[in-house]
Design a protein around this ligand. Structure first.
Ligand code: GLN
Ligand code: ZN
Length: 745
């Protein structure tokens, strides 16, 4: 059997975030487009060389992007919605990505269950001619450096359609795309590439079986071009589509062996001997080194199952979800650093596994891996107290002592339609400077705290003047709602260079959960107390909930996600108790990531929701009946999980609502949600100040179906990205609108 190595995509932001820097310079008019494109070329060529030097046999290329790879394909195929058609070139491209005065951008949404966001294509009848020249140029350049190893990556037609908003029927759309793909593949064939990777992650979605006919039609047609096609899937297993997918007319099929039950499917249904299997055995979505004693037997099992088929060993998906190089993280303790695997380390793992499976002696490498894990375990022993606490949890720990209906009257009394905000106030450059100077050691702790307290005092004064009912301290001490907590909990690590793309030029450095999570001291009580001491009005304690902390971090692989969520929940539980003891009458626990954590396949939703909701309950149920628990969620569709949201048992939920034209609120009311709802009355993503009339309008339509006692008034989300000059008049109008409403009621 022939065993080789492959990659399915690589980080594309530049080792030193070159792409972000070039983009921002271009957008602000400081560099020309040539210089921007040169940066991209340099980044991709350095990526190719790294993979070549690592010894990868088939290197996926062409995925580097100015903004988003889905947008790139939309653009190349000429699938340009009418509102962008009068623009051209980069201006058109970036307007599709970011919009401009009077021309709204394409919608952005999450790429499957990852934290990457893509731009949603809108496919209509009228399209423009396709233009693959940038891609073909790139492929030729790659061929010069990589020769036959250069394998173009193309986004598959069925996935493109599945993720698009279509204003023509699906049959028509399929027929429209097929000739475009045939042209593209023909051009690639003329360049003499060995094969083409066609990425079809839509095959792992729950509804993929209903796409069977389209897949057949598309791949029958594309196979006629006569260039070998490599069908790539990832993020989950093929499920019920497996039996027919393996029969599609393609030369190779890649499966994710790190998620779902693909291995079981291979063993049950076999794999066609005339096709190559791409075994995605290295987790492309997490940053841990392999455990060779676990992965080698899996690969051996696959080799035994396959008859005569050739095999590629590879990462489970594009490596865009991990940073470049763990070795650069010099500040991390070496026992931890040595078990981290970012893109460069994963390339080495791919090659190591292939050599091992071929039968080369890799004993020394295996020992090195094993030793590094042993050292890590010594460095990071389990925390007995948290383990013990988890084992002895009782049903009561997840249950507030009185049910919602019974505890309601003992909670703080407020006017009809109470007004509040979501937590953060503008992170001005002054505030960011403060945090930076403290971090660099230029400010002592007491100087820093005193300066933060000035900000808190100003914000409290302002909120009182505005006449808000429930105040916040403003979150000036927080860089980010997850990082802030991670930094104070044991078991979290932070990288210096571990950037990954969230969307466009926005990159994040997800924290790494590496050990048991324990709270060593109160995390938010000091700021709460300062704020509460300055006002008679209630100030909200402000926390981030367990699933959001977990989902926006790289999780551990040695224990389940639910166990990690419960550990975080216990830490938050202690914080809730401390805030309450410090006098908090209202505590908000933000859980914006609850819905986005849903598994791709609906049959796994219940299992996830069961522990995810329990984690929130564990964190909050310690509160006395008279303490009002709030939660907040950003834009998401609630319809199908409304019962689970109710089961959180928060007294008040504040939601994004104005951006969805009250859709969120409709879903909540139709679902029979019986607790209080904070109705997001204006979009905080826009710098435009909403008028009193607009807010009133939003409130009136929003509340038509809800009992008045259930309604709160607040902006859609936190205000940290806005300026004070936008926030003050907006909140003034919000309070004004509420007054009008109160008079009517
Ligand atoms: N409390 C947070 C804030 O106001 C919530 C942010 C969020 O929902 N993403 O910034
Ligand atoms: Zn939000």
């Amino acid at each position: 059997m022939q065993i080789q190595t492959a990659t399915l995509g690589y980080p594309r932001i530049g080792k030193n975030r070159e792409v972000k820097k070039a983009l921002e310079a271009f957008w602000s008019g400081n560099i020309e487009s040539e210089s921007l494109l040169q940066t991209i070329q340099k980044v991709e060529e350095s990526n190719w060389k790294t993979q070549l030097e690592a010894g990868i046999d088939y290197i996926g290329i062409g995925d580097t992007t100015l903004y988003d790879h889905v947008l790139d394909w939309t653009f190349r195929f000429g699938l340009i919605p009418e509102r962008f058609q009068q623009l051209s070139g980069l201006e058109r491209y970036f307007t599709m990505a970011r919009g401009k005065e009077g021309i709204p951008a394409l919608e952005m949404t999450k790429w499957f269950d990852t934290n990457y966001h893509y731009l949603v294509p809108e496919i209509a009848e009228s399209t423009l001619p396709s233009d693959f020249s940038d891609f073909l140029e790139r492929v030729s350049r790659a061929q010069k450096i990589l020769g036959k190893r250069a394998i173009p990556i193309v986004l598959g037609p069925c996935t493109l359609l599945r993720l698009s908003k279509l204003s023509l029927n699906i049959q028509q759309a399929v027929s429209k795309l097929i000739p475009l793909y045939i042209n593209l593949l023909t051009e690639l064939k003329n360049l003499g590439v060995e094969e083409v990777q066609i990425h079809e992650p839509a095959l792992v979605l729950g509804d993929a079986n209903s796409w069977k006919e389209h897949f057949h039609k598309v791949y029958q047609s594309l196979s006629l071009v006569g260039i070998p096609l490599h069908l790539v899937t990832y993020f989950d297993d093929l499920g019920e589509t497996y039996p027919w997918v393996i029969d599609l007319p393609v030369a190779a099929i890649s499966l994710d062996l790190t998620r779902g039950r693909n291995l079981e499917l291979i063993k049950t249904y076999g794999f066609p001997p005339n096709k190559r299997l791409g075994a995605g055995i290295i987790d492309a979505r997490n940053i841990w080194q392999i455990r060779s004693e676990k992965v080698i037997p899996i690969l051996q099992e696959i080799v035994e199952t396959l008859h005569g088929t050739s095999l590629h060993i590879q990462p489970s998906a594009s490596l865009q979800f991990v940073p470049y190089d763990a070795k650069r993280e010099k500040r991390l303790p070496s026992p931890l650093r040595n078990v981290l695997s970012f893109a460069e380390q994963k390339l080495q793992e791919v090659v190591f596994l292939a050599r091992t499976i071929i039968g080369e002696n890799t004993k020394i490498e295996q020992e090195i891996i094993e030793t590094s894990w042993n050292k890590f375990e010594e460095f990071n022993p389990a925390n007995q107290s948290v383990q013990e606490r988890l084992k002895t949890l009782k049903t009561d720990d997840f249950q507030r002592s009185l049910s919602y209906g019974l505890r309601l009257d003992s909670q703080i009394s407020l006017p009809l339609f109470p007004t509040t905000t979501i937590g953060s106030f503008p992170q001005t450059s002054e505030v960011r400077q403060l945090r930076m100077r403290y971090k660099r050691g230029e400010l002592s702790q007491s100087e820093y705290e005193a300066a933060i307290d000035v900000q808190i005092a100003e914000s409290i004064k302002l909120q009182e003047e505005l006449g808000l009912d429930v105040l916040v301290h403003g979150e000036f001490e927080r860089t980010d709602m997850v990082e802030f907590f991670g930094q104070q909990l044991s078991g979290f690590a932070f990288t210096e260079n571990g950037w990954v793309q969230s969307y466009g030029s926005r990159y994040v450095r997800p924290p790494i959960i590496y050990g048991d999570v324990v709270r060593t001291a109160p995390m938010t009580v000091r700021e709460f107390k300062v704020a509460q001491s300055l006002t008679e009005k209630p100030v909200k304690g402000m926390l981030t909930a367990p699933v959001t902390i977990l989902n926006w971090s790289y999780p551990r692989m040695d224990i389940s996600k639910s166990e990690q969520a419960f550990q975080i929940a216990l830490a938050l539980r202690d914080e809730v108790a401390d805030l309450e003891a410090a006098g908090a009458k209202v505590i908000q626990v933000d859980e914006p990531a609850l819905r986005e954590g849903l598994p791709l396949k609906v049959e796994r939703w219940n299992e996830y929701l069961s522990w995810a909701v329990d984690a929130f309950r564990l964190a909050t149920a310690v509160a006395q009946p008279q303490t009002q628990i709030h939660t907040h969620m950003c834009y998401c569709e609630f319809g199908d999980i409304i019962k689970d949201i109710e089961r959180l048992d928060a007294d008040v939920i504040s939601i994004e609502n104005s951006r969805s034209n009250n859709q969120t609120l409709r879903e909540i009311t139709e679902g029979g949600y019986s607790h209080q709802v904070g109705n997001g009355v204006y979009d905080i993503h826009s710098p435009v100040v909403p008028t009193t009339e607009q807010i009133l309008q939003q409130l009136r339509t929003g509340i038509a179906n809800l009992p008045v006692k259930q309604i709160w008034v607040n902006p859609d989300c936190g205000l940290k990205t806005r300026r004070w000059s936008e926030v003050i008049p907006a909140l003034k109008n919000m309070v004004e609108a509420t007054k009008v409403l109160r008079e009517e009621a």
